[in-house]
Ligand binder design. Sequence first.
Ligand SMILES: [Cu+2]
Length: 169
Amino acid sequence: MIKYTLAFILAATLVACGNNNSGFSADESTELSTEPVKVTTPLNTADTITIIASGANMSEMKFNLKSLKVPAGKTLTVALENQSTDATMPHNIVFIQEGKANDVGQAGLHNKENGYVSPDDKNVIAHSPLVQIGETAYFTFTTPAAGNYEFICSYPGHWGMMKGAFVTE
Ligand SMILES: [Cu+2]
């Protein structure tokens, strides 16, 4: 866990210095960062990207990425780390078809037992379980065909703010 987080930070630093050859990329949602940030090593079967959810309330909640670009048709493991310290802030991450955030979120409302994701939702590509504060969940999926997708947190009320672009190429 720590290892991957450090790799992320290191890679982001390398990119800031002009390294531009990695397999996937991400934008950090800090206000200072306007350039896409390239992340870690080339994407292989065992590659993991750590995504952090944080914020103590509904106006602060966020993912640390605004966008994530990965190769199409590759095995990707995502670690979702919930760094919030407020128990009312569980989060998930749901990779979805473009433009379907509200549909997926609304369908998820009726599926609390499945982590607020409808199990037969065709707009959902892959998703984490619901992650409680201070916890990290891992899940692995095959990235979809080249195209533009999105990611959201489908916990009730969160998907309007907790969202980003997911691009495969
Ligand atoms: Cu959330």
